[in-house]
Design a protein around this ligand. Sequence first.
Ligand SMILES: *Cc1c(COP(=O)(O)O)cnc(C)c1O
Length: 401
Amino acid sequence: MSLNESWAARAARALTPNYKQQPVALVRGQGARVWDADGKEYLDFIGGVAVDALGHCAPALVEALAEQARTVWHVSNHFYIPRQIELAEALLETAPWARRAFLCNSGCEANEAMLKLARRHFAELGQPERNEIVACTDSFHGRTLFTVTVGGQEKYRQGFGPLPGGVRHVPFGDVAALRAALGPRTAAFIVEPTLGEAGVVPAPEGYLAAAREATRRAGALLCLDEIQTGMGRTGKMWAHQWEGVEPDLLSSAKALGGGFPIGAVLATEAVGRHLVAGSHGTTFGGNPLACAVALRVLRELRGGALENGRVVGERLRDGLQRLAAGGRLERVRGRGMLLGLVLKGVSAPEVAARAREGGILVNPIGEGVIRVAPPLTLTADEADEAVRRIGAALAAAPAAS
Ligand SMILES: *Cc1c(COP(=O)(O)O)cnc(C)c1O
């Protein structure tokens, strides 16, 4: 039995069976590469699901983490935490409309806080009846009970009822349906600039601007879930900055800590001030270790990683686009370092398996899409190597029946 197989067998006995896993145990990473338990090397083109923005074990992050680990790990929000305050200030600098930040530990927690704040905002204004959340079909916002209810994928809600009320869904990208759904009872519309878990589906051009206009007219808040699209992933710090819109609230997580768990909500002054003392909180949120690492992630993005991701992302996209000539790739969706390969006549899990055998890890979504989310620090040579390996995997996969 190989070491990978041995880990798979132990996982099957010891863990709840809630994940569908690729049959390798990853034990080491450096930059854009990872190694499995049997020593095989891969280009990591899923990067912990769009988390490892600076690659694995980036020296700057290792240094920030080690330095903080020698200083203080955890003190709780009963006290001021300098690293947390510095991180809030640094995050607010990335979003001119935002005046307040709340820190937590993950994406679903950020969305949970964002949606709770949207309701609390209107309750504080004396309008508790304005509590409805409008969200998009096919969206993904996390796995807490509130966020699976708000998310637009029925399969994630199955068997977990009763669900919280006051949530309705509209088709993603449909401006008329959105306008019709918003009204005097709407607290907020929550949307991803690009649907990530649904296979990298960018919002149609103008949709976010129309959503901004429609929510403003209805007196409701616009909440952007930038957990997957933010932190430079699409070539700008936040994906909504491509569209020139400004939300009332924004959630971040995934790449924010470069692999260390952390989440954040950014809010305007008018809304953020309503998360009043005692209304919400978390034990670990804004913990010194997480904040020290996230601060360094932001510094590295500003110091060139964001720009590199935009430039190399274009090269990668062009290279992948050329694979369409082989007849098994319909098109490439997305921008920057978040791309969806829409397949034609081959199944995504088969392509991912061939890719893995050929030395590159990618993420199959359903039967028809491969998602890639390599580090923003990827080199041009690594991008070219990845295109060759993905091309070989497309050619090697059996035709779908
Ligand atoms: C990953 C993700 C979440 C959930 O984040 P977790 O850290 O897994 O809770 C929410 N929204 C989007 C868009 C995501 O990609």
